[in-house]
Ligand binder design. Structure first.
Ligand code: PEP
Length: 254
């Protein structure tokens, strides 16, 4: 099956169930003619339950626990997500890593749990500003990849998202050159563990202040396979405009 670029929205802690439902309806109606883009809605857990979407639209969750059930107050299992029709789960988002102090070990357990449940993890990696300024971007990303993907044999059902922490929600976008270089670095690092062909083809999304003003230039960067979007995924206009720019890019390429 052909893999299309992904435009994934991470709503974070925004929208009630009712708001989410009307937003998804409105957005799908604006994108009925989309053919070559996979579009993922990433609502909070509560809104997932009441959403029902069909290809090319999919549901993504923002997190999960690695155990199937048990005394884990406040957590959600992969079975519960599958039951809500979820196909993708964002794992290791920078807010999970840096606000909620999730370790690489937890992130790795979650990646395994999502795969075992038949869903696709969107594993987020990204350096902080101080890492970039001290020339440690490559080592940070390498360690997040190695630890996050420990025990994984194949990249076939994995999506990666490169999200420099300094670009998330700040309005500062990584430059085309930075995105290009870093996606190349990520693919080189993957080759240490995985086959060349999987390392070259695993989808790597870019995330960090993507908006309709920069989407076309960023999707044109070699090695960028779509976007993970926060702020601009909360209203239909920018989100659908970004999806249209990605679709247009695909049409021009083919
Ligand atoms: C994100 O939350 O993953 C993100 C990239 O946010 P924003 O698009 O707002 O920078």
């Amino acid at each position: 099956m052909e893999k299309y670029p992904i435009v994934a929205g991470n709503w974070k802690m925004h929208k009630t169930t009712t708001e989410g439902k009307s937003f998804v309806e409105e957005t799908i109606n604006m994108l009925l003619d989309i053919e070559k883009v996979t579009i993922i809605f990433g609502p909070p857990f509560t809104a997932l339950f009441d959403l029902d979407v069909k290809t090319p639209f999919f549901l993504g969750a923002q997190n999960c626990h690695w155990e199937s059930h048990g005394a884990f107050t406040g957590e959600i299992s992969t079975d519960m997500l599958v039951d809500c029709g979820v196909h993708y789960v964002i794992i290791g988002h920078s807010e999970r890593r840096h606000v909620f102090h999730e370790s690489d070990d937890w992130i790795n357990r979650k990646v395994h749990a999502v795969l075992n449940a038949g869903m696709t993890p969107i594993l987020c990696i990204g350096e902080k500003l101080e890492d970039r300024e001290s020339d440690n971007t490559q080592s940070v990303l390498s360690s997040q990849l190695i630890e996050g993907l420990k025990g994984i044999d194949s990249l076939e059902n994995i999506v990666l998202a490169y999200e420099p922490v300094w670009a998330i929600g700040t309005g500062i976008t990584a430059s085309v050159g930075q995105v290009n270089d870093t996606h190349n670095v990520i693919r080189q690092e993957l080759k240490v563990v995985f086959s060349d062909s999987e390392s070259e083809t695993v989808p790597i999304l870019y995330g960090g202040s993507v908006n309709p003003g920069n989407a076309t230039e960023l999707i044109s960067v070699d090695g960028v396979d779509g976007f993970l979007i926060g702020g601009a995924s909360l209203t239909s206009e920018p989100f659908t405009e970004i999806a249209r720019q990605v679709e247009q890019h695909m049409k021009e390429k083919s």
